[in-house]
Design a protein around this ligand. Structure first.
Ligand code: IVH
Length: 691
């Protein structure tokens, strides 16, 4: 073994850089194929990453030797430009579709009548993703273009290159000057679930840090479209998009039928769906459709129907196409539990972090046992995709999710003169110009200081249980106080008088006003670390607030600390330090602090007298995530500290143990695994604590 290694090393050392790079490209491609196409990897992920890294390093040192189809291009990098618009060589048509067996039979009869003979059909599943056109020159992927309006699309080559199952170089097409392949890019259900789960987790952190939250994606198609439009292809690479191809345009290959081209695509190294079939009789076509109505639920991606295509290219040509769709193919769509209703209007609501979320108000309709009045529209892209108008007749569907969604606009039934819904360019609350975050689907209002819903949102955080715990101040009352001009920032809350509250009118009787005044008074006893957390400084969650409070002792000292002094505090890195500096640099924030101080809030740290049970965990570091059956997170943290352990606020190289309950985010677990952090479940931590 040693001998063999030494020989291999000597051989490698003797290679020229160019040869080594070619070798690495070939090896990485081979392992990619083993991993993704054959599901039979020969080496570990780590060994694979090492090959990739070596190639990346060599390419950086010798950019002139880099191959345009290098597998490193799948890893992604930043594309700084907007996507270029490219005209399709052959327009990308859409498909006529039907939900009825009768219409499908009519389609078959029509084909037969025009052709004068019963044609052979190919049945394929209709993938619910985003159509893509791929250009290969001399076997190398040179361009990937979206469908766009069918005539022109966006050049998204860098993003598409990250799709691992897509060959960057075709086996046996070196002599073909140009060929075009079309297919569907999709996000597998598992990747979609992970993306939305990770986003929800990220949002929890963002909320704790007072940062804008991200919109969730409506469905895998929406997620695919959003991902393909990202400017940073390294983010795209992480989202695990996939692709099935179903069309090959290459005159020189002399293909005669669609089924031939499907076989050719496989031979060239593409991933096609394995489920296509060839039939002549309509009854067989119908049996295929019925079989897959249930079967499709077992597939790892969404399908919304079956595409039936005439197999012979000659016959396809004879049948021709209308301006929008071919006459030789049709999509049969499966029905979901859906209802039809009209869109009354759209509400654009502003979240506490400024993100704008569109929600449609619908004419109430019965669906799956409930009355549906509202449907989420998720984001601006979704409104655009639907081409939604006020008063449109839409299909709403409930597919597992609690909130119904608009899946389709019945545009053919749209009366003339309806107004198109456009995403506002000004904040619906404060009329500030809205801003689109280039990396996210979210559009947000940047007027954080004067936009009412954002002020209310921040106040909600301030009064929440883990912060100042001011009972009886919910969103509604806060909105009223803000609306009445009585409250603008947290300090104003403590200037409220009993009369102010009674003056709000409805609902406020003497008793409730007294209770609220008492809650405000009581909150003045909340410890300094809670006050610090309540301020809502970005990145200052509960744990960091506690560490900062303990380290600096007083708000005064914290406000005056420079970046260097801040980073000297345990658990505080540059990101937190900068955020704290920026917060105290604002005169408005300093005025709020002065107001809170004047109101008598706790501005100095009182070390909590924690009973030290043992020092069994002294020198050991812990982080708790997820939910547990027998203990709350707070209780576990208190127990760990009582045994001398140290709680950390995030996963870092310093972390030794991650106590993970159910619902712990997979990205967190993955990161911990990478850093060799020991995982403890509830039973394991109980054992450590001697419970
Ligand atoms: S063939 C001339 N085959 O459906 C049309 N399309 O409504 C050629 N799609 O834009 C399309 N699965 O994005 C074809 N197996 C399949 C498909 C498929 C999904 C999509 C495609 C197209 C849309 C047409």
């Amino acid at each position: 073994m040693k001998q063999a290694n030494a020989e291999a090393r000597a051989e490698i050392a003797a290679m020229s850089v160019e040869a080594r790079m070619a070798y690495l490209v070939a090896e990485i491609n081979r392992h990619n194929d083993l991993y993704y196409q054959q599901a039979a990897p020969e080496i570990s992920d780590q060994a694979f990453d090492a090959l990739l890294r070596e190639l990346q390093d060599l390419e950086q040192a010798h950019p002139e030797l880099m191959q345009p189809d290098s597998p490193t291009q799948r890893v992604g990098g930043t594309i700084s430009k907007e996507f270029a618009s490219v005209e399709h060589r052959v327009p990308m048509l859409s498909l006529g579709n039907t939900y009825s067996e009768g219409e499908l039979r009519e389609f078959v009869a029509r084909c037969q009548k025009t052709l004068g003979t019963p044609p052979t059909f190919v049945c394929e599943l209709k993938w619910d993703g985003v159509a893509i056109s791929l250009h290969y020159e001399y076997g190398v992927l040179t361009r990937a273009v979206t469908r766009g309006d069918g005539v022109r699309g966006d050049d998204i080559t860098a993003n598409v290159r990250t799709i691992r199952t897509l060959p960057l170089r075709l086996a046996g097409a070196e002599e073909v000057p140009f060929l075009e392949v079309r297919g569907e890019v999709f996000m597998p259900l598992e990747a979609f679930a992970k993306l939305n789960h990770d986003t929800a987790e990220e949002n929890k952190r963002r909320e704790a840090d007072g940062k804008r939250t991200l919109n969730l994606f409506a469905n895998p198609r929406n997620a695919t479209a959003g991902t393909l439009k990202l400017q940073d292809s390294s983010v795209v690479a992480k989202r695990r998009l996939d692709c099935y191809v179903y069309n090959l345009y290459a005159d020189v290959l002399g293909l005669k039928t669609h089924s031939d081209s499907m076989r050719k695509l496989m031979e060239l190294g593409f991933q096609t769906s394995p489920h296509w079939e060839v039939y002549v009789s309509i009854d067989d076509v119908w049996a295929y459709i019925e079989r897959w109505e249930k079967g499709r639920n077992q597939l790892p991606l969404n399908t919304d129907g079956v595409v039936v295509k005439v197999d012979s290219f000659k016959q396809q040509q004879d049948l021709g196409a209308t301006a929008k769709q071919p006459r030789w193919a049709i999509a049969y769509k499966y029905k979901a539990e859906a209802a039809e209703t009209t869109v009354l209007d759209i509400e654009f609501s502003v979240g506490r972090t400024g993100a704008i979320t569109p929600v449609a108000n619908l004419n109430p309709v019965q669906l799956a046992g409930t009355t549906v009045k509202r449907a989420s529209l998720y984001n601006a892209d979704e409104i655009e995709r639907l081409d939604l108008h006020y008063g449109d007749l839409v299909r709403v569907e409930k597919s597992g999710e609690i909130i119904p969604k608009i899946i389709e606009v019945l545009a053919a039934q749209r009366p003339a003169g309806l107004e198109r819904i456009v995403f506002p360019t000004k904040c619906p609350s404060c009329e500030y110009d809205l801003v689109r975050d280039p990396d996210e689907a979210a559009i947000y209002c940047p007027n954080s200081t004067d936009c009412a819903p954002q002020i209310v949102g921040r106040l909600e955080h301030f009064v929440s249980r883990d912060a100042m715990y001011i009972d009886g101040l919910g969103e509604k009352i806060l909105a009223k106080l803000v609306g009445a001009g009585l409250v603008h920032n947290p300090a104003d809350l403590y200037r409220l008088t009993r009369e102010d509250i009674l003056g709000l009118g409805e609902g406020f009787k003497d008793k409730s006003a007294d209770n609220l005044m008492a809650s405000l008074e009581k909150s003045k006893e909340r410890p300094f670390e809670a006050v610090l957390f309540a301020l809502g400084i970005r990145f200052v969650g509960e744990t960091v607030a506690e560490k900062l409070a303990a380290h600096f002792g007083t708000l005064e000292a914290l406000a005056q600390a420079n970046e260097e002094e801040l980073t000297a505090a345990p658990e505080v890195g540059g990101r937190i330090a900068q955020s704290v500096r920026a917060w105290f640099a604002s005169a408005e924030n300093r005025a709020v602090v002065a107001g809170l101080q004047a109101a008598g809030l706790q501005m100095a740290y009182v070390a909590r007298q924690r009973e030290q049970v043992s020092d069994a965990l002294a020198g050991k570091t812990f982080l708790i995530t997820g939910v547990f059956e027998r203990h709350s997170r707070e209780a576990l943290a208190a127990l760990i500290e009582a045994h001398g352990g140290t709680m950390l606020s995030g996963i870092s190289a310093k972390l030794q143990y991650l106590v993970a309950g159910s619902g712990a985010g997979p990205s967190k677990l993955e990161k911990a695994k990478k850093l060799n952090v020991t995982m403890l479940d509830e039973a394991a931590i109980e054992q450590m604590l001697g419970l």
